[in-house]
Ligand binder design. Structure first.
Ligand SMILES: Nc1ncnc2c1ncn2[C@@H]1O[C@H](COP(=O)(O)OP(=O)(O)OP(=O)(O)O)[C@@H](O)[C@H]1O
Length: 385
């Protein structure tokens, strides 16, 4: 049974707003509805300071959504209203939810969110951006962010206009990896200006969420914040936008993979078997939402001793290459485990910038060239060529 967004909205109109006037749909508090099979996922924007008291509202919305025909499961989260642009942190002061008679005064994007945009509409291209590429990993700590940032810089070194969007809510890394911080300004029409680092346009959850902010609050922010970071940022003209995804293959990742118009995905894995099993889950997740897999990168493949230059296969070696061949996914390259990569990252000057003539930068440039080739191939396939 196919879920009709309108049926879900009809049920949700029975749920009163945070101030017990109006309903959550007509007050414009809903995010886009993401419908996947028999599951519906959405968030409700509420004043941050009331979030703790509004669990009954969240539960009521979940129950109401499940009453719609075909819905077996609803995942509903509370989101900080206006987290991005009023300069408040997610848990800090935020504008109170509007009353029903104020609904006309609600500026976008809150009003826009009353519209249900299941499936294709949510995947509308972002004007000016040539291709959006996700960099993902099945589990944390495999070097996904380090790879994303060096890949982005290697692409930029080839003359492309590149942006990077750090969607890793659990541990945003771009502020540290690129040594950028501060709150982005909202310019004309409330469009947010990205920060700049080494020629890249950068947006990160880390610019919007206090590091001290409890995780429980960061999670619910994800859908609204991601949509805003994608569509309400002045990316200008970009050849590619690299999205550093949160690690793992849970609901948050699935929702992201589904709601971002991705041209392709790159999976980062270490050679360990366990990580490869996780990597396979990552591949399957993108396949489920019909995003082309551009290929697999093996990170920390071989340890190169900084003193004597000898090579050691600490985690085993070649696992990702073999696995890629076995499951028919292109292999994009292997990055050794090297102190220089880590040290430059820790300083906020990624190795592609700090040592552009070194062997590590050359590896990232080779990977970047393969990503471009694969993207070209996928684009031709999609065009029927
Ligand atoms: N090829 C490499 N050689 C040496 N150190 C590396 C390499 N790749 C990543 N690292 C280091 O490993 C650590 C984890 O990397 P990173 O933060 O990029 O991983 P991640 O997969 O994004 O992690 P998380 O899941 O926590 O976001 C960092 O300290 C980073 O400097």
């Amino acid at each position: 049974m196919v879920i009709e967004a309108d049926n879900v909205l009809a049920q949700l109109r029975r749920v009163k707003g945070p101030e017990l006037s109006g309903n959550i749909v007509d007050l414009g508090l809903l995010s886009d509805l993401v419908i996947e099979g028999d599951k519906v996922v959405f968030s409700i924007a509420v004043p941050a300071q009331l979030a703790a008291q509004l669990e009954p509202l969240r539960a009521a919305a979940e129950k109401a959504a499940c009453a719609a025909e075909g819905v077996a499961r609803a995942i509903v989260t509370l989101t900080a209203a206006q987290a991005l642009r009023d300069g408040a942190t997610a848990g800090g002061a935020s504008r109170p939810a509007p009353r029903a008679d104020q609904a006309d005064d609600v500026p976008p994007p809150m009003l826009g969110r009353a519209r249900a945009q299941a499936g294709p509409a949510a995947k509308a291209p972002v004007p000016g951006i040539g291709a959006i590429i996700a960099v993902a990993s099945g589990k944390g700590g495999v070097g996904k962010s380090t790879t994303s940032v060096n890949l982005a810089l290697a692409l930029a070194a080839q003359g492309l206009r590149i942006g990077i969007l750090d969607a890793d809510i659990y541990g945003p890394s771009m502020p540290r990896l690129l040594r950028v911080s501060g709150r982005p300004d909202a310019g004309a029409g409330n469009i947010i200006e990205p920060l700049m680092a080494y020629g890249l346009k950068v947006m990160s959850m880390g610019f919007m969420v206090d590091e001290e902010e409890p995780m429980i609050w960061r999670g619910p922010m994800v859908m609204q914040a991601l949509t805003q970071m994608l569509r309400e940022v002045n990316w200008g003209e970009l050849d590619m936008l690299i999205v550093d995804m949160p690690p793992g293959t849970g609901d948050a990742q699935l929702t992201m993979a589904q709601s971002v118009p991705l041209a392709g995905a790159v999976i980062v894995s270490t050679p360990q078997d366990l990580a490869l099993i996780d990597a396979r889950k990552g591949l399957n997740m993108f396949r489920r939402v019909e995003v082309p897999i551009l290929g697999l990168i093996e990170n920390m493949s071989t340890f190169i001793c900084p003193d004597c230059g000898s090579r050691h296969d600490i985690f085993g070696h070649g696992g990702a290459r073999d696995e890629a061949a076995r499951i028919g996914v292109p292999f994009l390259g292997e990055v050794p485990l090297e102190m220089t990569i880590r040290a430059h990252s820790d300083h906020g000057t990624p190795v592609v910038i700090a040592a552009p003539d070194g062997p590590q930068a050359a590896i990232y440039r080779d990977i970047a060239a393969r990503v471009r080739d694969r993207l070209g191939h996928e684009t031709r396939m999609a065009a029927g060529g």
